[in-house]
Design a protein around this ligand. Structure first.
Ligand code: PSV
Ligand code: MN
Ligand code: MN
Length: 394
């Protein structure tokens, strides 16, 4: 029998995957759709606890999704500490708290940037309530995404809206304690079509800089103009110590919220290469990897499992990049060789490596297959009658 050749990059990849954690969002388990139609699926959760049960299944099969993000008020309960205990017993943790200041009639002209101070006060009160929730759940991160913006030139004063935003963010930031952080997410357009108040990473970055150390940018991979070089943004933010989190999903056109790595696996690889280059895979850097997806036509739980696997595979490929060879080619100005190094890693079939790692962790090498064979889907379809809509796409 011939001894296996030493495989230092394979070892690096395995080590990196062992510490990779991907958070799944509570809303991915509920029914969702577009503004045209929500297609109800059998077995979707009726309660927050059932969403937690589903997240626990995803974790038990992947070994890499140990927390579930909450969305307030979609996941509002009376006793969050009790919910945290429930999650722990199920095998997961309550993760990021997502605020919602976009589904109330009062917010037609904005939430924290609304010209009416009473509406701004109401929005701020909700954000502060979310920090109260974090105190109870033990969550580290508060994720803020604002639908605020305008549809028409002249509708409101762009600069005043920035002042109002800064004021609200400062009040929330002030309220954080312990290791709590504020993640500010940006989005190019929608629901506002002329100006968004946080349209891009630069705006988010500038506000986070002003706020301080605990404020970081959240990069939602579906929130850019087509053709935007997201890996550049990642490299820049990591260098500046301001990359707080990812909302992973993939898109063909706009904020499609499709399974990450489905539309453009090469882009996901390039992003993970920059994450690795910037040290973002070291949990100490504090970069949170989350999914922000809706499964409108595919089943929810296998959709989440597949997404976790896609992130793992892209990460494995990024970790296979021969950094030394890359540096040499870059230093020598050998453009083709440098590009070859990246493409070699990208073109490696990492599925055996990831499968092997799962077996080592006592998991089934094929998590989607294991889910299909588990009977869980049939059971929830039978037992859960009248499941919930995620909150999206009425
Ligand atoms: C809205 O576009 C959005 O998808 C944001 O990305 C938030 O993270 C998410 O909804 C949940 O509020
Ligand atoms: Mn998002
Ligand atoms: Mn989005």
């Amino acid at each position: 029998m011939t001894a296996l050749a030493p495989d230092p990059r394979g070892d690096t990849a395995r080590a990196g995957l062992r510490t990779l954690r991907i958070e799944t969002p509570s809303w991915a388990y509920g029914n969702s759709g577009t503004r045209f139609k929500v297609f109800a699926q059998a077995g979707v959760p009726r309660t927050v606890r059932e969403k937690i049960d589903d997240a626990a299944v995803v974790h038990s099969l992947t070994g890499s999704a140990p927390s579930i993000a909450l969305h307030i008020p979609w996941d509002r309960v009376d006793d969050y500490a009790d919910l945290a205990r429930y999650a722990e017993a199920a095998g997961v943790r309550l993760g990021t708290v997502n605020a919602n200041v976009f589904q109330d009639d009062d917010y037609k002209l904005g939430s924290v940037t609304n010209p009416d101070p009473a509406v701004r006060r109401k929005a701020l009160a909700h954000l502060l309530e979310c920090v109260d929730v974090m105190d109870e759940t033990g969550s580290r991160d508060l994720k803020l995404w604002f639908s605020d913006g305008t549809n028409y030139p002249g509708q409101d004063d762009i600069r005043d809206r920035q002042d109002r935003l800064a004021e609200a963010l400062a009040a929330v930031y002030e309220r954080l304690s312990g290791d709590q952080r504020l993640l500010l997410e940006y989005k190019l357009f929608e629901p506002a079509f002329y100006t968004m108040d946080v349209p891009d990473w630069g705006t988010s970055f500038a506000h986070c800089l002003e706020l301080g150390e605990r404020a970081k940018v959240c990069v939602d991979t579906g929130h850019h103009a087509p053709g935007t070089n997201i890996e550049f943004i990642v490299a820049f933010l990591l260098r500046a110590g301001k990359l707080g989190a990812f909302d992973f999903n993939s898109r063909f056109y706009a904020d499609d919220d499709l399974m990450v790595g489905a539309a453009d696996p090469f882009q996901l690889f390039r992003i993970m290469c920059e994450v690795d280059r910037g040290g973002g895979l070291d949990p100490a850097t504090g970069v949170a990897f989350m999914l922000d997806q809706c499964h409108n036509v595919e089943q929810k739980i296998p959709g989440q499992i597949r997404s976790v696997c896609n992130v793992q595979e892209a990460t494995a490929k990024a970790l296979l990049v021969d950094r030394e060879a890359l540096r040499t080619a870059q230093r020598d100005g050998d453009v083709i060789a440098a590009n070859d190094v990246l493409m070699d890693a990208y073109n490696t079939d990492v599925r055996p490596l990831v499968a092997e790692l799962r077996v080592e962790q006592g998991l089934d090498p094929d998590p989607v297959g294991a889910y299909r064979r588990s009977g869980y889907q049939d059971r929830i379809a039978r037992e859960r009658v009248g499941g919930e809509q995620a909150g999206w796409g009425a």
